[in-house]
Design a protein around this ligand. Structure first.
Ligand code: NOJ
Length: 727
């Protein structure tokens, strides 16, 4: 009886399925659905799928005027600035009902370091050396975003950046290719999970492909001079890692690379990304990047720009209005091959099927309480902020165990908005915990806080100096909070010097006249030149732009409840004049010469630097054998003991050096890292399993990996171990 019923039901379902087109049948494989849909589409419908317009800032019913209602029903995507599921559903309903084939739109939004629960900026996240925590933060960002109607984020940014004048240094994971690769993979996994159709996941977009971080003199949008060799060994590894981690889209860059803008480069977009790396997702342009090919001198008009970009492999036009206007003609004229058009459309449709948009085009409406600032999300925010902060100097003043009166001085002290950092999405000022608030909670009745702002971020007004000096003099210690506004970094926010404005330097000088110890707390979106502030400070904590939960972790570090564990993922120069300065330089012809005449050539704080309240003793770096063979792994170990009185988390950074190679390699290259909590007195043996093909090989200027016989060194701190690879 039951079997009979089941049979009837199955037969009934099959009969029903026969009536629906293959592309609407969720039980069919994605590729079949894509082909079926593609075969039904007209040229114009195909072209419209390859365009993204902006939805504007319309997030309530009163604003749903023309920009929203004018959106063509066949449009592929919108870049979406609102967080209302209602608006999304309104727009999507129009699309589903009015477009001939009912192809849902994909809604994109820049979710860079959190949506409403804003996390520390990405550069800070890298200083945590905790990819699992970074993955969790991305997972929360995806949950908050997708539940608010966002399917697709334009993140992670994985442009290796070695010029802190460039404002976008804050958006990536620092100067090192390997660190960018690891944090990229973690972020992609956090956003996408295993199933994009899950209503709490969203599609990632690797950007800006490629080499955007090499912007000349740190100025945005300008020329970049990158040899193919450097492209492959420095700028491409994070992208390859992101593709391997499953990132479903890529954004092309604004910059011109050695004569060819990235958005019109067939080598990058087609040969490398789609052919060699077999990426089956799509490439979206950066905002206006196709049209800008004219300004860059490689296209005479928008039509030629569309031709150059599309034929190079750029699939979707973000706000250029080049593809919608010209692509159909270019196909009709035979300038764009039909196969190329179909290939691009397939890629876009594939994402929509993967996101489950045909089955679930609408976002279930939920309350803010169900979506945002959930207790677990806030815990991650606090933990991540804690682990990103770097103790740069401590002459014994920290932790502040005895202080009864603490002066809290400076433009950052009570600041909330600026702690959010660039691209703070839907972060709200009133939800940010300031340094002062954190100190109040942390110290409670234990210490009295005296506050003086002292001065603004910039300008010349010294009217607050006297009050600041009085507060510092009356207190046992000063926490001097200096730094940058949030719009001093991010897009189009370059600075010609990375030192803080003179007024903040002067404030530090005035405060130091109190004769009391000064703890300098820095909030910034880039490494700063602190060489003139450093001598005035007894301790320095780099807090970055920590997002909404930085105050308490910072206070916890100052009070000694938290042992700082952040380590720099980017070098702090001594002066802007040292830029570019980064640890993995290629060796000099005369290492003992070629220094600056009037300044050290060494940075103030190097990559990987960061102090703790405890001490870690590194033992002997050992391998089972001194030789290593191709195709065989070898484990190298080092015991590390927490020899101080406080528990702490230590990050062991493992480097490889290949001093002789047919292509000169960097002096050392980070290949592995591990962070681990060590109780006071505990010893743990850290290990690195070396896979020679992966960890000792190098890449040539066309992406070919090679592994040469010879001597290699494994380096941990000041320990060095020689390994020989036989022929
Ligand atoms: C331009 C920026 O370069 C890019 O990172 C961002 O995703 C797009 N605008 C969209 O906002």
């Amino acid at each position: 009886m039951i079997a009979g019923l089941l049979l009837c039901t199955t037969l009934g379902a099959q009969a029903r399925k026969k009536d629906i087109p293959v592309y609407r049948d969720a039980s069919r494989p994605v590729e079949e659905r894509v082909e079926d849909l593609l075969a039904r589409m007209t040229l114009e419908e195909k072209v419209m799928q390859l365009n993204q317009y902006t939805l504007g800032r319309n997030d309530n019913a009163n604003n749903m005027a023309d920009p929203v209602n004018d959106l063509p029903a066949e449009l592929g995507s919108v870049i979406y600035f609102s967080m209302s599921a209602e608006l999304r559903n309104y727009v999507q309903k129009r699309v589903m009902e009015r477009s001939r084939l009912g192809i849902p739109m994909v809604f994109g939004h820049d979710v860079i370091h959190g949506f409403r629960t804003v996390y520390p900026i990405s550069l800070a996240q890298a200083c945590s050396w905790n990819p699992e925590l970074v993955r969790q933060a991305a997972e929360v960002a995806a949950q908050e975003s997708r539940m608010s109607g966002v399917d697709w984020t334009f993140s992670p940014m994985i442009d290796v950046a070695r010029d802190p004048r460039w404002g976008r240094v804050s958006e990536g994971y620092g100067e090192d290719p390997y660190a960018n690769a690891v944090f990229c993979a973690a972020t992609v996994k956090g956003y996408q999970g295993d199933d994009l159709a899950d209503g709490r996941r969203m599609a990632a977009c690797l950007k800006h492909f490629a080499g955007y971080g090499a912007s000349e003199a740190g100025r945005d949008y300008v020329y970049t001079e990158i040899s193919r060799q450097t492209l492959w060994d420095t700028y491409l590894p994070p992208y390859q890692a992101g593709i391997e981690a499953g990132a479903v889209t890529v954004m092309s860059c604004f910059n011109n690379i050695s004569g060819t803008p990235g958005s019109a480069d067939p080598y990058l977009l087609t040969e490398v990304l789609k052919k060699r790396w077999a990426h089956d997702g799509f490439v979206v342009s950066d905002w206006g990047a196709i049209e800008q090919l004219r300004a860059q001198g490689v296209a005479a008009d928008k039509k030629q720009a569309a031709d150059r970009a599309f034929n190079a492999g750029l699939d979707m036009d973000m706000m250029n209005r080049c593809y919608d206007a010209h692509l159909a003609d270019l196909v009709r004229e035979g300038v764009v091959p039909q196969e190329r058009l179909d290939d691009a459309v397939r890629r876009v449709l594939r994402l929509k099927f993967r996101l489950g948009l045909f089955e679930n085009p609408y976002t279930p409406e939920s309350s803010e309480e169900e979506r945002f600032l959930l207790p677990g999300s806030l815990r991650i925010a606090e933990q991540l902020a804690e682990e990103t902060m770097v103790l740069l100097k401590n002459e014994g003043v920290l932790p502040l165990r005895e202080a009864k009166k603490i002066a809290v001085i400076g433009p950052i002290a009570k600041e909330r908005w600026h702690l959010l950092g660039a691209w703070a999405s839907k972060g709200r000022t009133e939800e940010v915990e300031s340094v002062f608030m954190g100190l109040e909670k942390e110290f409670g009745e234990r210490a009295e806080l005296l506050y003086a702002r002292g001065c603004d971020f910039d300008g010349e007004d010294r009217a607050g100096f006297a009050e600041a000096l009085a507060a510092a003099t009356a207190a046992d210690v000063t926490v001097l909070c200096l730094g940058e506004k949030r719009n001093w970094s991010g897009e189009n926010a370059s600075r010609s010097t990375i030192a803080l404005p003179e007024i903040q330097q002067r404030l530090a000088e005035v405060v130091s006249k109190s004769g009391k110890p000064v703890v300098l707390v820095l909030s910034s979106g880039r490494p700063l030149d602190v060489s003139r502030l450093e001598p005035l400070s007894d301790a320095i904590v780099q807090m970055w732009q920590p997002g909404i939960r930085g105050g308490r972790p910072l206070a916890g570090i100052l009070a000694g409840r938290i042992n700082p564990s952040g380590r720099l993922a980017i070098t702090f120069p001594r002066s802007t004049g040292q830029i570019p300065i980064y640890y993995c330089r290629r060796p000099s012809a005369r290492p003992h010469q070629g220094k600056y005449q009037e300044l050290s050539s060494e940075p103030l704080y190097e990559f990987g630097y960061g102090l703790s309240y405890t001490t870690y003793d590194y033992g002997e770096l050992k391998a089972e054998t001194a030789s290593i063979e191709r195709g065989k792994k070898l484990t190298v170990t080092i015991p590390v003991t927490n020899s101080g009185a406080m528990d702490g988390a230590e990050t062991v950074l493992w480097y490889v050096s290949d001093p002789v190679c047919r292509i000169a390699r960097p002096v050392k290259e980070l290949k592995h890292f591990e962070k681990r909590m060590l109780r006071s007195g505990e010893t743990h043996t850290f290990s690195f399993e070396i896979d020679p093909e992966r960890d000792l090989s190098f890449v040539d200027g066309d992406g070919n990996r090679f592994l040469e016989a010879g001597d290699y060194y494994v380096i941990v701190k000041d320990r060095k171990l020689k390994l020989t690879l036989a022929e």
